[in-house]
Write a protein of this length. Structure first.
Length: 426
């Protein structure tokens, strides 16, 4: 290669190197430059800010935690950077806004901090209940205020076939256990929910309560229901006359669901021994008549009188333990045995209302475990209440009949429109 060719070669190499460098710089700039995204793709890439009680995580550090066992409010505030004198001053300003009795282990609190390097505590929010919280202002201005969260009520409807228990079936439908309790109250006179069988089914229209528009905080009223037990449908339709306050549950013909007596003296129970003329007594260890029905339940479970009446006896003896006997009228009387304690104010001569708590389940007297022995008299003779056909309450009064029909027809259509899911087969 002569001198002239070498000169041309060197110039070409320099230009090639320069071109590669320019391309590299251009690619680096292009590859790191922000790319314009559609709003949909941008939303997917950008994490949504977390909002708790109006504080967004894009503006503040918002952390949720729970109260430790034995941890006081003052200790928690101090652990978050407040001096003890300042924490004491804040708590002293709470007044009626904060009730110390509500401060409990495992309850939720939210700490709101600055997003700067110091991350100092601005607010502490303590959730006293799903619908009420206390805001502690911990910044420059110390103050405490109680806030009631607005509750929104919506209607919901469910149709289900029972596979196990009512509670379990509702849980599978993502329905609060409170609905099961309310159904038990509605059907307290007609259905024993501890004797339901797989294959029994129900439809229910009920109210559900929400805070923040999404968080369920329990159930409101049952508006309509039909429960099929043994193939027999039992309807319950809620009626309320706002002008007079008259309300209740009625079947589709307007007959009241209430009976003179509740089905049982407990809301939820297990029958361990029925009325019989020949039973082996578990304590006395001999065969004898058992003229009552034993309902097993945990100690302390409230016992309700099954009908209106006047307390005839309330006291203790070695066989019955602590007991209450109620006279309902000239025909009927009931008795409740083996209580752990008798409710306050329950003494001979006291008037009691149907469903009123008169005592609590125990095992006093001749009892092998916690239960209530429920006894029933008709004209002075003890009988089996489970075998009696007890009188119903009165039907809906004539003056409300038209309004009841207008209210009940849309509810019946909603129930009829619901379809049952197919029952699982193992």
């Amino acid at each position: 290669m002569n001198k002239s060719e070498r000169k041309i070669y060197r110039r070409g190499a320099v230009w090639a190197f320069f071109a590669v460098a320019v391309i590299g710089v251009f690619w680096a700039v292009v590859s790191t430059r922000p790319v314009a995204l559609s709003p949909e793709r941008a939303a997917l890439r950008t994490p949504a800010p977390l909002y708790l009680f109006g504080f967004g995580s894009h503006q503040f550090h918002v952390d949720r935690d729970t109260v430790r066992s034995g941890e006081t409010l003052g200790e928690l505030l101090h652990a978050m950077g407040m001096s003890y004198p300042r924490a004491d001053a804040l708590i002293a300003r709470a007044g009626s806004a904060f009730r110390p009795s509500t401060w409990r282990a495992d309850e939720t609190y939210i700490a709101v901090r600055k997003r700067d390097a110091e991350k100092s505590l601005l607010y502490l929010i303590y959730e006293e209940s799903p619908t009420r919280y206390v805001l502690f202002s911990c910044g420059d201005s110390l103050y405490v205020k109680s806030v009631e969260r607005p509750v929104v009520t919506r209607e919901r409807q469910v149709a289900a076939v029972i596979e196990g228990s009512l509670f379990g079936t509702l849980q599978e439908q993502d329905v609060s256990a409170a609905v099961a309790v309310k159904l038990a109250e509605v059907y307290a006179y007609t259905i024993d929910f501890f004797r339901v069988q797989p294959g029994d089914r129900f439809k229910v229209v009920f109210e559900e309560k929400f805070v923040d528009d999404t968080v369920s905080v329990g159930a409101g009223r049952v508006l309509a229901a039909v429960f099929e037990q043994g193939g027999k449908p039992i309807y319950a339709l809620y009626f309320n006359d706002t002008a007079t306050g008259f309300s209740g549950y009625f079947d589709r013909d307007g007959k009241g669901l209430k009976k003179m007596f509740l089905k049982a003296p407990l809301d939820f129970f297990r029958i361990t021994s029925k009325y019989t003329m020949n039973r082996f007594h578990p304590v006395q260890r001999r065969w004898k008549a058992h003229l009552g029905t034993d309902y097993a339940a945990p100690t302390g479970t409230p016992i309700q009188t099954t009908a209106h009446g006047v307390v005839d006896k309330a006291g203790y003896n070695s066989g019955n333990g602590k007991f209450v006997k109620v006279r309902h009228n000239g025909t009927y009387s009931t008795q409740y045995l083996h209580m752990s304690r008798i409710a306050s104010g329950i003494r001979p001569g006291a008037r009691v209302s149907q469903g009123q708590v008169i005592g609590y389940v125990g095992s006093t007297g001749l009892a092998s475990g916690p239960h209530v022995c429920y006894r029933f008299w008709v004209n002075g003779r003890q009988v089996n209440p489970l075998a009696l056909k007890l009188p119903n309450s009165e039907p809906i009064p004539d003056r409300y009949r038209g309004a009841f029909e207008r209210t009940s027809q849309p509810l019946l259509k909603r129930l009829d429109a619901l379809t049952y899911p197919e029952q699982r087969r193992d």
